[in-house]
Design a protein around this ligand. Structure first.
Ligand code: PGA
Length: 257
C-alpha cells in the first residue's frame, strides 16, 4: 500500500449549523487563510442545503470545494422534504456525504438506501463521501470488522471500478462522533486498513491503493497529526472542528504534511 498514491482529503461536515450570515462569515475567514490557499490536500465544506448557494458563490475561484450532506435516490417525484442528486449537480455541487451515522440513526437510513443514494449521486456526476462505522456496542461485541465490511460491500454494490474513483470512504466509529472520545490512531488505522482490504476484495489492488479513506470522529488539531500520519488514514471528515476557522485551518495544515 502506498499513501503517496492518494490525495489527502479534508472535509468539513457542518451538520445542521450556521445560518446564511454565519456561513458567509466562516467561508470568508477560510478563504483568507494562506494555509488553506496553499493546501496540499483537497479541502471540502459540506454545508446545509440552505447554504449551498452561498457557499458555491463565495468559494468560486478558490480551492475550497462544496458538498451537500445527503441526497435522495430518485430523480424526482413525490418525496416531500428530499433533494435529488440532479438538483445538486445543477447547482454545481461536487460532493455529497452519504450514509452518515446520524442519518442511519435518526432518519431510518439503511445499507440498502445508502447504496441507492450512492449510485444516484455517482450517476449524477457527484463525488460521494461514504460513511461507515460501528457503534460502541458492536465494537464491544467484537464485530467491528463484520459491520464495516457489510456496510462497505452493500454501499458499493453496482459501483464500477471507474466510479469508485469518485468515492471517498469515511470511517467514522459512531462512539467517537461528537463525543470528544477519539479512536486511538491505532484503532482508526486498523479499521481503515481493513476497509482498504475489503475494497481490494471487491475490486483490485490498484483500486484499493487509490481509494481515499478518511477518519472521522472528534478529529481536532490536537490529535490530527497522529491520526493522519498513519498509512491508511488519508484525511478526515470533521464535524465540530470544522465550524471554527482556526481549527479547520489547523487541520488543513496537518493534512497537507
Ligand atoms: P465530530 O463529527 O468531528 O464532531 O465528531 C464528525 C462527523 O460526524 O462527521
Amino acid at each position: 500500500m502506498n499513501k503517496n498514491l492518494r490525495k489527502a482529503i479534508l472535509a468539513g461536515n457542518w451538520k445542521m449549523n450556521k445560518n446564511r450570515a454565519e456561513a458567509a462569515e466562516l467561508i470568508n475567514e477560510l478563504k483568507q487563510s494562506e494555509i488553506i490557499k496553499n493546501a496540499d490536500c483537497e479541502v471540502i465544506i459540506c454545508v446545509p442545503f440552505t447554504n449551498l448557494e452561498t457557499a458555491l458563490e463565495l468559494t468560486q475561484g478558490t480551492n475550497i470545494k462544496v458538498g451537500a450532506q445527503n441526497c435522495h435516490f430518485e430523480k424526482s417525484g413525490a418525496f416531500t422534504g428530499e433533494i435529488s442528486a440532479d438538483m445538486l449537480t445543477e447547482m454545481g455541487v461536487e460532493y455529497v456525504i452519504i450514509g452518515h451515522s446520524e442519518r442511519r440513526q435518526y432518519f431510518g437510513e439503511t445499507d440498502l438506501t445508502v447504496n441507492k443514494r450512492t449510485l444516484a449521486a455517482l450517476n449524477a456526476g457527484i463525488k460521494v463521501i461514504l460513511c461507515v462505522g460501528e457503534t460502541l456496542e458492536q465494537r464491544d461485541d467484537g464485530i467491528t470488522e463484520e459491520i464495516v465490511a457489510m456496510q462497505t460491500k452493500i454501499a458499493l454494490k453496482g459501483v464500477t471500478e471507474e466510479q469508485l474513483k469518485d468515492v471517498i470512504i469515511a470511517y467514522e466509529p459512531v462512539w467517537a462522533i461528537g463525543t470528544g472520545r477519539t479512536a486511538t490512531s491505532q484503532q482508526a488505522a486498523e479499521v481503515c486498513g481493513f476497509i482498504r482490504s475489503t475494497v481490494k476484495s471487491l475490486y483490485t489492488k490498484q483500486a484499493a491503493d487509490g481509494v481515499t479513506i478518511q477518519y472521522g470522529g472528534s478529529m481536532k488539531p490536537a490529535n490530527a497529526d497522529e491520526l493522519l500520519s498513519r498509512e491508511d488514514i488519508d484525511g478526515g471528515l470533521i464535524g465540530g472542528a470544522s465550524l471554527k476557522a482556526a481549527d479547520f485551518e489547523a487541520l488543513v495544515r496537518s493534512a497537507s504534511k
